[in-house]
Ligand binder design. Structure first.
Ligand SMILES: O=C(O)CCC(=O)C(=O)O
Ligand SMILES: [Fe+2]
Length: 502
């Protein structure tokens, strides 16, 4: 790998600010983009402004660019030469899906072709990227009286991603070149602009949520624009935690080609690890951990965040394999393990809730099939209670995902909507009073989450490349129409059906 690990991080105690600064370099300046207001707060020092709501979504560097114009052109020329030499063999990555108009290449491959890039990257990492990540995301530890080095930062992968809006349009993607919503591997992502005219940008889920909350009257395009973070100019960076769900916003046809250099940063754990705490998350008393918001009993370590990421990858591969049906158990277990590693992982919690609800449905179906069996009453009751518990726990998990951990995930919202109606159908057959459910409340909840999903789908329509997106949209609207009909809202149901057909 051409990427050096961070030099041993030793710090000097500065009690007045309770932060410690490296003696090597001035810290790169940055400002935060926060989700409580869509304006930015300037944080040019390393002061840890602990924030209980974890509203610090992404940062943008200010001051001097991280890369000079001449270094940018050396990198761009090398990337161009690499693409010309490898027209048919562009390496695709796990995180960056390949679409018309997009291309990406591994920086490691680029350096193999042109070793003169090595010193540029080394300088960039040592002088800019590592100090930035350390000062912005990691709190200095308190017990370093012995000047023990903290685990050094290192690069887990690095890419150059290129968005060509015109090429995308020529292949039928008329909204341009973009990347779907995703999370990255590693712990932190630093995304440096190489070229572009301020077009595209990085779109963050957590900024959409706040925009829809605070600016309900805004035009859809405005809401989306406010959720996109742009670097100040070429050479400047946008950085975020890898767990922050984000997308490559479209570079539209006619706009300048956008190219970015993305570093996925993690911590090397081979050194004796002293406690690490993340900035901008409520701190726990438990060293080496971060506090999971809203749930004081659950903690994730930084290592846990990464392990959860890999476990989810394994789970997803299991369900894609030809023996997928046989692998459901493994897949389910991997998601449970992922959640144990990182209890705030909304994606893992979604799948745990999903499997629980599906188990309840399957058991409900089997129960319906056996209605005529002359079963002992006690067995039936036990069975009913087990199904109820699965529905209930599954739905609770999905509600946490929808309301707190992953509020912009259309698929989770859509599934939660269905889960409410399946649970209602089940309860109805087994005397709803015994479970304390009321039809108007249950269907009201189902309609509300489905409406939220439809709203998000409309906002993101065409912007984020998603396979089968039209099909999904139609299913979502049909589901909503069905519930609205039962609620007696015939006009609204008809609107949904019409929308589904358009
Ligand atoms: O286009 C962007 O800014 C996002 C790129 C990205 O998410 C990635 O490369 O993982
Ligand atoms: Fe990404």
């Amino acid at each position: 790998m051409p990427f050096p690990t961070e030099n041993n991080y030793t710090s000097t105690n500065n009690t007045t600010t309770s932060t410690k600064q490296t003696t090597q370099q001035p810290q790169p300046q940055h400002e935060w983009v926060t989700s409580d207001s869509t304006t930015t707060t300037t944080t040019t020092t390393t002061t840890a402004t602990t924030n209980n709501n974890n509203t610090h979504v992404a940062l943008r560097t200010t001051g001097q660019p991280l890369l000079s114009k001449s270094d940018i052109s050396i990198i761009l020329n090398a990337a161009k030469a690499f693409r010309n030499n490898n027209r048919k063999t562009t390496t695709s990555t796990r995180f960056t899906m390949q679409y018309a108009g997009n291309s990406d290449l591994h920086v490691a491959d680029l350096v193999s072709m042109q070793p003169s890039l090595q010193p540029i990257l080394e300088k960039l990492l040592h002088n800019q990227i590592y100090p930035l990540v350390r000062s912005a995301f990691l709190l200095p530890h308190d017990d370093d009286a012995n000047n023990d080095p903290q685990p050094p930062l290192c690069v887990y992968d690095a890419l150059i991603v290129r968005y060509d809006g015109q090429a995308a349009a020529n292949s039928g993607r008329d909204k341009g070149a973009s990347l779907p919503l995703h999370r990255d591997g590693g712990l932190f992502t630093v995304n440096i602009a190489l070229q572009g005219d301020g077009n595209g940008g990085t779109l963050f889920d957590n900024l959409i949520t706040s925009s829809t909350k605070h600016t309900a009257s805004h035009h859809d395009d405005d809401i989306i624009e406010r959720a996109i973070v742009h670097p100040l100019s070429p050479g400047h960076a946008v950085a975020h935690r890898s767990t922050e769900r984000h997308a490559g916003a479209p570079t539209k046809p006619g706009e300048a080609i956008r190219e970015i250099l993305v570093f996925f940063i993690t911590l090397r754990e081979t050194l004796p690890t002293t406690p690490i705490t993340l900035q901008h998350q409520q701190q726990s008393n438990n060293p080496g951990t971060i506090h999971i918001m809203g749930n004081p009993t659950q903690y994730a370590t930084l290592a846990g965040i990464e392990r959860a990421f890999y476990l989810k990858e394994i789970a997803a591969q299991q369900s894609k394999s030809p023996a997928a049906a046989d692998n459901t158990g493994t897949s389910q277990t991997c998601y449970q393990w992922a959640l144990a590693q990182n209890p705030s992982d909304g994606e893992a919690l979604f799948w745990v809730g999903y499997f629980q609800v599906q188990r309840a449905r399957a058991a409900h179906d089997r129960m319906v099939g056996k209605e005529d069996d002359n079963q002992h009453m006690a067995t039936v009751t036990k069975h009913v209670l087990r199904i109820w518990r699965d529905f209930d726990h599954g739905i609770q998990a999905l509600e946490t995902v929808a309301n707190r951990l992953d509020p912009c995930n259309i698929r989770s919202l859509a599934f939660l909507g269905s889960a409410y109606s399946w649970r209602w159908c089940f309860a109805q057959e087994c005397h709803p009073q015994q479970f304390g459910l009321r039809q108007d409340v249950e269907l009201g909840k189902a309609a509300a989450v489905l409406q939220r999903a439809v709203r998000l789908e409309e906002l993101l329509q065409g912007i984020i490349v998603q396979s089968e997106e039209q099909l999904f949209r139609a299913t979502l609207l049909d589901q909503l129409a069905e519930i609205l009909l039962i609620q007696g809202k015939v006009g609204q149901a008809a609107d949904c059906v019409e929308k589904a057909r358009s």
